[in-house]
Design a protein. Structure first.
Length: 169
């Protein structure tokens, strides 16, 4: 078994015996608006990234936009879960690419038309996978199972309750 498969197996064994420890609050991401529309995001353990908006709407266009990071999160989470599922199945992946795109409408994003959603109208995920030690059907099933367990993909695919608490300082 690979290190990944061993680690996942240990986690599954532990959480199967300690189900009360499986649910938790995820780490917080704190965003601070800076110059123009540049936003600095930090996490509790020093994680950090910066987003920016295109120049056409007042940003500098020098960093990825939040929408691109949204698609990147879906792509990277799916790739990670596919890798995890492959390791557990003993399949050595020779190559894996996950592409995510979406179709959006600026009439919703900019609040021009209240009947147009601010978020993407649709999201497409394309997976290309190669593994010499598995047939096409096995790989297709592996990808479908992995995607079904990807938390980012899941959150996008269903209505997740959200709340907004505003503090005016």
């Amino acid at each position: 078994m690979t290190d990944i498969a061993t680690a996942i197996g240990n986690a599954v064994d532990y959480l199967s015996q300690h189900r009360e420890e499986a649910a938790y609050t995820d780490s917080i991401a704190t965003a601070t608006l800076g110059d123009a529309l540049r936003v600095e995001i930090v996490g509790p353990d020093g994680e950090a990234l910066t987003t920016d908006m295109p120049q056409s709407i007042g940003g500098h266009g020098e960093q990825p936009s939040p929408g691109w990071l949204f698609r990147a999160a879906i792509a990277s989470c799916n790739a990670s879960l596919i890798g995890m599922h492959a390791a557990r199945a003993g399949i050595e992946v020779d190559s894996l690419t996950v592409e995510v795109d979406s179709a959006s409408n600026d009439l919703g994003i900019l609040g021009i038309d209240p009947h147009v959603h601010a978020g993407p109208e649709q999201v497409s995920v394309r997976v290309t996978i190669e593994a010499a030690d598995a047939d096409a059907e096995t790989l297709r099933e592996l990808v479908e199972d992995a995607v079904a367990h990807c938390p980012v993909h899941d959150a996008v695919g269903r209505a997740v309750p959200m709340s907004v608490d505003v503090t005016v300082a």
